[in-house]
Design a protein around this ligand. Structure first.
Ligand code: UD1
Length: 404
């Protein structure tokens, strides 16, 4: 489905673009795009946030110097998926009536994205999906993200696919190739804008190996998260030169097992969520990353950091194929075994720690802006993102290694 642009708008008038986001990772990935659109005379960029997350969204808005024109402030403590969806949908309805955008943009697979796409469809406003086409092909894993992104693709006009695999997923589902743009992922734009800033300079502590851990996903709530905490405890005990930093998601359900199992350990720092530059600094100092987050899985390979993915599936297989990420799942023994191997086998560590950038080159926002202009009949189609050539993949599959 390609809904065409209303060409009655005079070409001298800028396109009104309405980016919508609600959670912290969306804010990181949308911030460089918002700032680029705001700086360009071809666009009139109006920002709307659902604030599905409150405190941790505000941290990122402040860091990237973005003041939303519309803030729905929908977050409730202990909110259900239905509450987020209905509150976002109703709120966006009013925003769309007031702003009357030429196009709405949202990123990823959260409930905010689905609500933004659906509200756009109800208003027959074209919708552009940033980071389109990621799939695990398992409807309930990750939950509800796989559901959100599948539904969103059905009512999207412009699909900004970050990688070739994402584009192929969309083509396989029958999306018109004219509506797909291969842009790279905006998370690399954000990372490159921050990583070399003077305030992101770091010094590693000699003799210490730092492990960065993040875990928050719904499908890991409860037992899997407890397994992750127990595994980390065991790893830290086994390797006395290691220290772990774990910025915790604000949700009390996520915090409980982490605090119970790890709260007293002298070499585990359970911290509040970090602002973006602090998180980038920890990544630069880290030796190894354990995570179930999507964005961290994309950022770590760019910094040459091996990643153990604490999930049974991933919609980001590019890092696994490039040999810098491994899917280890959430069984305690598997996590301990894989981390131990990386911490004790220097050659193995080296094969996993080469820097690669399968996800982007820092030019994704520029390509998205160009794709919007092209769709509106105001410019050429952007060149596809092509990742830099990658070294040969590590031979064995991650699960073979885990089971070896
Ligand atoms: C949401 C997204 C998930 C994304 C994650 C990133 C959905 C369904 N899920 O999951 O895809 O990976 O954000 O963080 O959209 N809370 C606060 N303050 C905050 C943020 C959250 O107190 O600033 C607490 C609240 O109790 C809230 C809970 O965290 O109810 C859960 O937030 P919610 O947006 O429902 O889901 P996430 O698990 O964060």
């Amino acid at each position: 489905m390609v809904l065409s642009f209303d060409s009655s708008k005079p070409i001298t008038e800028p396109l009104t673009v309405l980016p919508i986001f609600g959670t912290r990772p969306e804010a990181v990935k949308m911030a460089p795009l918002v700032n680029l659109l705001k700086a360009r005379p071809e666009f009139h960029c109006v920002v709307g946030v659902t604030a599905q997350h409150r405190q941790i969204l505000d941290q990122i808005l402040e860091f990237f110097n973005i003041t939303p024109e519309h803030d729905l402030n929908i977050m409730l403590a202990g909110q259900t998926l239905a509450e987020i969806t209905t509150r976002a949908l109703t709120g966006l309805d009013d925003v769309f009536k007031e702003v009357q955008p030429d196009i709405v943009l949202a990123q990823g697979d959260t409930t905010t994205v689905l609500a933004a796409a659906l509200a756009s469809a109800y208003h027959k406003i074209p919708f552009g999906h940033v980071e389109a086409g990621l799939r695990t092909d398992n409807l309930y894993d990750p939950f509800p993200e796989e559901i959100n992104r599948r539904l969103t693709s059905q009512i999207t006009q412009l699909h900004f696919a970050p990688t070739q695999m994402a584009r192929e997923n969309l083509l396989r589902e029958g999306v018109d190739s004219k509506g797909i743009f291969l842009t790279g992922n905006t998370v690399i734009d954000a990372l490159l804008q921050v990583v070399n800033r003077p305030e992101a300079a770091v010094e590693k502590t000699p003799g210490e190996r730092l492990i960065l851990v993040t875990t928050h996903r719904r499908e890991n709530w409860g037992k899997p998260q407890e397994n992750i905490a127990l595994a980390l405890h065991e790893i830290i005990e086994k390797f006395p030169d290691t220290r772990a930093v774990l910025p915790m998601h604000p949700n009390p359900i996520v915090r409980e097992p982490l605090q119970r199992v790890l709260g007293q350990h002298p070499r585990v720092e359970l911290t509040e969520p970090m602002d973006y530059v602090d998180l980038v600094k920890v990544m630069k100092r880290a030796h190894l990353v354990l995570t179930d987050s999507g964005g961290v899985q994309e950022e770590a390979p760019a910094l040459g950091l091996p990643v153990l993915v604490l999930r049974g599936t991933t919609e980001r297989p590019e890092g696994v194929h490039a040999g810098t990420a491994k899917l280890v799942g959430t069984r305690r023994e598997d996590i301990v075994q894989q981390a131990s191997r990386l911490l004790s086998d220097a050659d193995y560590y080296t094969t996993m720690s080469h820097a690669v950038n399968p996800y982007g080159d820092g030019g994704a926002c520029e390509r998205i802006a160009q794709a919007i202009l092209h769709w509106a009949g105001r410019g050429e189609r952007p060149q596809d993102f092509t990742p830099a050539p990658q070294p040969p993949p590590v031979p064995s599959s991650p699960l073979d290694l885990v089971r070896a």
